[in-house]
Design a protein around this ligand. Sequence first.
Ligand code: PMP
Length: 441
Amino acid sequence: MTTIPRSNLFYQSRLSRPMLDRAEGIYLYDTSGKRYLDGSSGAMVSNIGHSNANVLAAMKAQMDKATFGYRLHFQNEPAETLARMTAERMPEGLDRVFFVSGGSEAVESTIKLARQYALAIDEGSRWKVISRYPSYHGGTLGAVALTGYDPLTRPFSPMMREMPKVPAPLCYLDRDNLSDHDRGLKYAEMLRDEIIAQGPETVLAFIMEPVGGASTGALVAPDSYYGRIREICDEFGILLIYDEVMTGAGRTGAFVASEHWGVVPDIVALSKGFAAGYAPLGAMVAQGAIVEKVLDAGGFMHGFTYAGNPLACAAGCAVLEEMDRLGLVDNASVMGDRLKAELGALMARYPFIGDVRGKGLLLAFELVSDRETMTPLPKALNAYNRLVDLAYERGLIIYSRRTRGGLEGDHFLVCPPLIITEDQIGEIIVTLIDCLDTMAA
Ligand code: PMP
């Protein structure tokens, strides 16, 4: 006898969650009317909050004109405008924009552009893309090959050529006597060693999340790391790709996180907050010289049907306008400092909070059984699910992961929409205290 599924829909697990009814500002409501504070902006997506009236009006206006025009048949104004607005907000030189529908597509595009650039400048021997362990770069096979997280890569390893990895700078776990500065350099030198081990003439690019996302829980490297990585890439003629799918569009208190360290990558992947949940949209932004070489050499052999569609791009334009109008990049910085300080204060109250980290409103805390040694909580405690469930019951959504450099570790991302206010931060903290008290009892 076959069993009839409860639902025809499936995702990665049997997880059952409330049915979404509507959303407004930083709150979501289920069909029973229960309200949830969106403490993780979904998966760090809803940067300008939900149901923004100006974005909806701009989308409606575009819908009334045209929702789709194939890019090889028509140019469209929203795509042109969004490309210009994006380039204006990026660091100097990153001025050519290629639209896609999401983060994985953006990452795939960066690799394919890099590869075609190498071919165009007669460096066809370069094909390896070094990434970090742990890391997350997306769900398509090319992006999975770059991802440093075994449970997501192992099932597919026969189907792809897994790329070389260097350790992500999980400096907060190091117990050596190095200064922050030297520790940053230590991790950067691991890239140099790996390039030499691989054979520099075979290495195409290095890809990194400037502030770690789901994989490392808002990991920020010491300042020295960022500049040294750029130098190492330059030394060997290797392209530096920043995966800013999660960090971009203001999340860390700058339009792109690379600005914090004055590093200009060669190619950048954007998505998530870029259209902030109003449309499936992502972008690859590249240095003009790279794009010109590829176009001169015969064209970029890559594209997606929905790329640059007028509706998604109209949403993207309106999102960027709202970010400016509401001063959200600055708010991410100011409210991020505030939220980080409040989370930091919880460490005095709960000895099992081992670390609070992040930048802007990309923040995380990690639970441990011993703060001195950063020993993780026993897996059997299931803390990463338990805390999330307690928060759900209390109407707060946070994002959890149990991974840390291939080791165990329960970390929780607290990344509300960039429109968050001080009072709403208070609401998050009060709810978290209630959850953590219950966990501790
Ligand atoms: N890169 C990073 C850094 C991400 O965080 C994600 C999504 N979590 C992706 C790429 C993939 O994006 P998407 O799920 O939109 O394909």
